[in-house]
Design a protein around this ligand. Structure first.
Ligand SMILES: [Zn+2]
Length: 142
């Protein structure tokens, strides 16, 4: 299952889950790195869940200046046809995005546009004195 993580995003494989009725080998090919055998399944494991953090493009492209090509392959290592399922989580984190701390609001009475803190909901127009409320749907600002 090939995937290309886009420019501007760090990509990190955070977890994987397998459940098969026989032996498999899970191989990850990432960019031009030598393929990595992540799950050899030498003892016919039927299911496995792993939470991992080691495979992350931040280690060789910390500024996310390039796209990265991921190709995850599952190979039947058993002597019989097998079936099952595999799931991986590849988390993308956008970088270089400013954290929004302010918002622009417009007075519905006179049209004056003001910049106020993001979480502020009660506004008093600096032009005409009109007081009004705007919603804030977000959570805590980090
Ligand atoms: Zn106003």
């Amino acid at each position: 299952m090939p995937y290309t993580s886009p420019i501007g995003f760090l990509a990190s494989q955070k977890e994987r889950f397998f459940s098969f009725n026989g032996a498999i080998r899970f191989t990850l090919a990432l960019d031009t790195l030598d393929p990595i055998v992540l799950f050899p399944s030498a003892d016919n494991l039927m299911g496995s869940y792993e939470s991992i953090a080691a495979i992350d493009t931040k280690y060789w492209d910390a500024s996310a200046e390039e796209e990265h090509h991921w190709d995850m392959t599952i190979t039947n290592m058993d002597t019989i046809p097998i079936s099952g399922t595999a799931q991986v989580a590849l988390i993308l984190t956008e970088i270089s995005s400013a954290i929004m701390t302010e918002k622009r609001v417009r007075c519905r009475k006179c049209g004056n546009v003001m910049t106020v803190p993001l979480t502020q909901t009660k506004i008093k127009c600096t032009n005409c004195g009109n007081e009004f409320i705007v919603p804030f749907f977000g959570g805590n600002i980090v």
